[in-house]
Design a protein around this ligand. Structure first.
Ligand code: DQA
Length: 143
């Protein structure tokens, strides 16, 4: 099992700033992740929340279950020390992903408060960022 967890505003993919995040919807993202899971032979559960407490609860759940995570923290990336402290308790790989490349955008997006406790970060490849992260987790698991 791998969790694919998404933070605020990501359910609005497709209508949300399509010039930045593309035309594909959250349903398309969910299907892409599940199809990648089928290819890789692993169950993938995709979730989204706009609520920080809910997201922190899911990270605790993953830590307790030793479940690897692909996480797009969305705006939480840039300010949530609560989320960072939850991720620091992880017991399995956690890959931070971004659809856009935050380093190429506004100044406030250049800092990730979670990057230092993630296994690694994949950003700027559109929805492919998630596919690459799922592959990375499966590769790590096979070593
Ligand atoms: C994002 C980048 C963040 O800066 C932004 O707040 C998001 C989406 C991305 O996937 O590119 O909501 O995480």
């Amino acid at each position: 099992m791998i969790y694919v967890l998404n933070g605020p505003n990501l359910r609005r993919l497709g209508t949300r700033e399509p010039d930045v995040y593309g035309a594909e919807t959250f349903a398309d993202l969910t299907e892409l992740c599940k199809a990648t899971g089928r290819e890789l032979g692993v169950e993938v559960e995709v979730r989204q929340t706009d609520d920080e407490a809910t997201m922190i609860g899911w990270i605790h759940e993953a830590a307790d279950g030793k479940i690897p995570v692909v996480l797009n923290p969305a705006a939480f990336t840039h300010y949530s020390y609560g989320l960072r402290d939850a991720i620091a308790q992880r017991t399995a790989p956690l890959v931070e992903v971004h659809i856009s490349n935050p380093a190429a955008r506004e100044e406030f997006r250049h800092n990730s408060v979670v990057a230092g406790v993630a296994t690694g970060t994949i950003a700027g490849f559109g929805l492919r960022s998630y596919v690459l992260a799922l592959h990375a987790i499966m590769e790590m698991a096979s070593k």
